[in-house]
Each structure stands twice: as C-alpha cells, then as structure tokens.
Design a protein around this ligand. Structure first.
Ligand code: GTP
Ligand code: MG
Length: 340
C-alpha cells in the first residue's frame, strides 16, 4: 500500500507567459524595390488556470512544484510572420480548492465541481509588428511594440473538502470505525486519541444508486476553535458539509461525560463559525455494546433533549438503521436525490 502525504494548503508562484515582441522588418526581394513593412505581431503569452478534477484528492503535486508557468508568446518575424501564441497552463486541483492572494489574503475564487476552471494569471498580449503601423501617409513605419508581461501572482491554494456529511466528535469516539462500517473506506483505527491525522472521505452507497460522501476528520477537543489540538486545522473540511453527524462515545471511556461532550462540540463549532452551529445534524450514540452505555443514553436524552441513533461501530449493530436514517435525513434536508 502506498501512503501519500496529504497536503491541503500550499503556496504557489504562478507566472503567465509574456507576450512576444512585435517585429520591425521590410520585404526585401530582388525586383521588388521598397517592398513595404513586413514585421509580424508577437504571439500572446499563455494564461494559467486551475482546473478542478475528481481524480485528484490532494495538493501534493503543487507542494513539490510550487512554481508554475505558462509558455511565452513567440516574437513576430519578418516576411509577415506572426509569432505563435504560448500554450495555456491548466493546473489540476481537487474539487473544493479555494484560491487566496498571498499579499492581500483576499479570496480570488474557488473551483467546486469537476471541470470548473478559474483564471489565475492572464498571459501578456503580443506586441505589434511594424506592418500594423502602416497607413497611407506612413508607408515605411519603423515602430513596433514590445510584448506585454504576463501576470505573476503568488497564491495560496486551500482545499475545503466537498462532502455531504461531516463526522464530528472527540478523539477516540469511534468516528473512523463508524466510517469504515458505513462505507468502503479504510481509515486508520486505534485505541488512542488523534489516530486520524488527515481527513478521509468515504462513500456510502445505497441500493437506489444514491451515494453520500462522508468526511472523517481528526477529533476535536476543547479550545479547538482557538487552534488547540489537530481538529481546528481540519474544521474547514466540514464547512461545506450539508449536514453533520455528531459521534458521541456513550460509554464515556476516558472518564468522559456524553452530554457534556455534545454541548462542548457544538460550542466549539459555533465559536469557529456561527453557521456550522445551525447546520442540520444527527447524533449517533456509539459504543452501545458497552454495558454502561444504556443508562448513559437515557441520561443523555433527558439532559440534551436529543434522540440519538444508538450503534456499536465496532460490532456493527445499528449500522444498517443509521444508513437508512442518513438517507432519509438527506432526502428531507435537500428534497432531492443525492446524485446529480
Ligand atoms: N467497544 C467499542 N469500541 C469501539 C467502538 N467504536 C470504536 N471503538 C474503539 O475505539 C477506538 C477508537 O476508535 P477510532 O474509530 O479510531 O476513533 P476516532 O474517533 O476515529 O479517533 P481519532 O481519529 O483519534 O479522533 C478503537 O480502539 C476502536 O476499536 C464501539 O462501538 N464499541
Ligand atoms: Mg479517527
């Protein structure tokens, strides 16, 4: 198995191609005296675009190649030859890539769906050859213009994963175990906190051919919105999720209190971004195989007023019901089939 480093934020220097210079030349041929101006225009420089692709899931390639440039335009030549335009550069990036200017921090734009493309740096225009300056009163022009410089920009590319559902929970709550149960994803699972270091996307498939994309992110801890722990780094990966699933460890291992966990998670989300706190959600009560969980579940229901879906991600109980519930929930929230 190959492991690729996950890169979700990268600074890239982008240079569009310069335009080719215009040319000053005259037609020189035996028996054709005063053959007239014959300098061609320069070709335009290539522009740089980013292009969203479903086949890419990380910005790793740009991490190793942070300088990206498009071709320059070819200068014009004598004998009325115009220079060839430089080829545009289309940089493939994952869907959900946001482009920010490094200088101003402003968002330049984003690409969301497969095939979306965004112009990052415009190529320079080609210069004019002296042919272009000919007029009835100016028949042997010696003027030409230089090619325009291509735009050069330093941009920050950030990946905000596009998933339908985001799993939110404390470290060790069983988020990755749950994802491995409901989808074909194989996230790393281990009995210690912060097992998941990168977001993992799993696709839940249904018999009616609908599909749900579920994002598993590293666990959140108190103070996550201030950058404590790993979770904050990855909260932006669930910003775009249409709804959230809170995974609560109902057995309260590590001495946790499930109601307190739920309230704190919601608070962390709200402190990070107001609108995350009002996003539709489902609560999953995990570790229901633990004997202590039953009593804690009824306490949880009383204290929070929520009706969680009880499951044991490890044993697989309640998983089929949860999948159905996710299906219906999505249908209710969006009123449409998941598949475009
Ligand atoms: N008894 C029991 N153990 C579980 C259950 N679900 C997960 N576990 C165990 O809990 C541990 C943590 O599970 P993970 O799925 O890695 O937890 P996580 O929430 O992804 O953790 P981080 O990635 O660290 O945030 C593993 O040892 C799992 O086997 C469950 O339903 N019952
Ligand atoms: Mg995990």
């Amino acid at each position: 198995m190959t492991t690729r480093t996950f890169v979700d934020r990268v600074k890239v220097n982008i240079s569009a191609g310069d335009g080719g210079d215009g040319c000053v030349a005259f037609r020189r041929e035996k028996y054709v005296p005063k053959g007239g101006p014959a300098g061609g225009n320069g070709g335009h420089g290539g522009s740089v675009y980013i292009l969203a692709s479903n086949d890419i899931d990380s910005l790793i390639d740009l991490y190793y190649q942070p300088h990206q440039r498009a071709e320059h335009g070819v200068p014009g030549q004598g004998k009325q030859r115009h220079g060839k335009g430089g080829r545009d550069l289309h940089i493939p990036v994952p869907c959900g890539t946001v482009v920010k200017s490094v200088d101003s921090g402003e968002v330049v734009g984003e690409v969301v769906e497969d095939g979306d493309s965004l112009l990052i740096a415009r190529g320079g225009k080609g210069g004019w050859g002296n042919m272009r300056f000919t007029s009835s009163t100016h028949q042997a022009p010696r003027e030409s213009t230089p090619g325009e410089k291509g735009e050069v920009r330093c941009v920050l590319l950030e990946l905000k994963t596009v998933a339908d559902v985001g799993l939110v929970g404390y470290p060790n709550a069983g988020k990755s175990t749950l994802l491995s149960r409901i989808s074909h994803a194989h996230p790393k699972i281990a009995p210690y906190p912060f097992t998941t270091l990168n977001p993992v996307i799993g696709t839940v498939e249904y018999e009616d051919f609908n599909k749900l994309r579920v994002a598993d992110i590293p666990g959140l801890i108190d103070g996550a919105h201030k950058g404590v722990g790993l979770g904050y780094e990855f909260l932006r990966h669930i910003e775009r999720s249409r709804f959230l699933v809170f995974v609560i460890d109902m057995a309260g291992v590590d001495g946790r209190n499930p109601s307190h966990d739920f309230e704190s998670l919601r608070k962390e989300l709200q402190l990070y971004r107001e609108d995350l706190a009002v996003r539709p959600y489902l609560v999953v009560a995990n570790r229901m195989d633990d004997p202590a969980s039953k009593k804690k579940l009824s306490d949880f229901e009383r204290e929070t007023g929520e009706k969680p879906v009880p499951v044991s991600a490890m044993k697989g109980t309640g998983i089929a019901g949860l999948k159905e519930k996710l299906h219906d929930f999505f249908w209710m929230e969006t009123g449409r089939n998941f598949m475009p």
